[in-house]
Write a protein that binds this ligand. Structure first.
Ligand code: GDP
Ligand code: MG
Length: 318
């Protein structure tokens, strides 16, 4: 059994060595533990630090592509390197590396495909009150959308089984954290959570730059994933509401036509017609979106099979 610990990095020369030093050399249940660094177009000496430390694998982008792409490149490279379990952690030594064993346990026991490390958010001193509230609120929304019970959705400390990794996809450019949980929930993967420790803050967060930007991007991500996974529901609701409003207005117009024949109430009639036509069209769109989503599922199935085939080919060669 091989464990690969992957660390996405963007300009992390100051903290990377410390984070690497903390990683365990052996983990119970695994014969090998290897380290993979994803350098996302860093302009500092991140790569030099990683090579000097002697990491086993290095994936490097020539320019910055964002955490979500970096995460997926790491997953693909870990699969090719033959990982049975992949652990993702931060380059700022944010998470307690000793908890990696705890994080992998449910996967080794065969009870989970993905395990999220739950930080003690309410006790983290360097998190402001508003950041704590936002993280809790974000996690609550993700729980509702994903139909899971993960308490800490934005946590980047997580373990993923090889099988789950074959099925993951990240569509947005910002962060993989929320999207992968929603996906795991919607694809009926067994996803669970274990409490993990955190270390002192070494630098300000790169992802939580400002409150407004964080909320905007998180809402955008959750909303988009919601539509991608439930397009029929989303469009049906809009269509049905529009149709009901239009029909009610239409009935009101018919009643007024007989009660008050002196006035034509043409504006109501026009609005009713528009709402009814729009409602019908949007319901048709819901059907089309549903058909497209069936195609997406088939494409995803093909993609995971292709990943499996490719990786079998690689592991036979090595
Ligand atoms: N690949 C990649 N990684 C990034 C980027 N921005 C941040 N990271 C890495 O993502 C991890 C989490 O970033 P961090 O600033 O600690 O965010 P936080 O833990 O959510 O506050 C760290 O290992 C960063 O080096 C980026 O643009 N691309
Ligand atoms: Mg961090």
């Amino acid at each position: 059994m091989k464990l690969i610990i992957q660390i996405p990095c963007y300009n992390e020369e100051k903290t990377l060595r410390l984070a690497l030093d903390e990683l365990p050399k052996t983990v119970e249940g695994f014969d090998r533990v290897e380290i993979l660094i994803i350098n996302d177009g860093s302009t500092d000496n991140t790569v030099g630090e990683a090579k000097a430390w002697g990491v086993d694998h290095l994936v490097s982008f020539t320019r910055n592509k964002g955490l979500a792409r970096g995460f997926m490149a790491g997953i693909e490279a870990s699969l090719k390197a033959g990982a049975d379990v992949i652990v993702n952690t931060d380059a700022d030594n944010q998470y307690n590396a000793k908890d990696i064993e705890k994080l992998c346990r449910p996967i080794l026991d065969g009870t989970a495909d993905m395990v999220i490390g739950e930080r003690p958010i309410n006790n983290i001193e360097h998190f402001s009150c508003i950041k704590k509230k936002l993280q809790n609120l974000g996690s609550w929304v993700v729980r509702k959308v994903s139909r899971t019970d993960i308490p800490d959705a934005p946590s980047g400390f997580r373990a993923i089984s090889r099988e789950a990794a074959y099925h993951l996809n990240v569509f947005n450019d910002y962060t993989y954290t929320l999207e992968t949980i929603i996906q795991a929930g919607r694809k009926n993967m067994a996803i669970t959570s274990v409490p993990v420790g955190v270390n002192d803050d070494l630098r300000p967060s790169r992802l939580f730059k400002s409150m407004r930007a964080y909320i905007k991007r998180s809402i955008g991500t959750i909303f988009r994933i919601g539509i991608i996974y439930e397009p029929r529901k989303f469009f049906s609701w809009i269509g049905i509401v529009s149709f009901i409003l239009g029909t009610s207005l239409g009935i009101r117009w018919i009643i007024l036509y007989f009660v008050d024949p002196l006035r034509t109430h043409i504006p109501s009639l026009i609005l009713a017609s528009i709402l009814i036509i729009m409602g019908v069209l949007v319901v048709v769109m819901a059907v089309l979106a549903d058909l497209i989503s069936v195609n997406r599922k088939i494409l995803e199935e093909n993609q995971s099979r292709l990943r499996k085939l490719e990786n079998e080919k690689y592991s036979k060669k090595s």
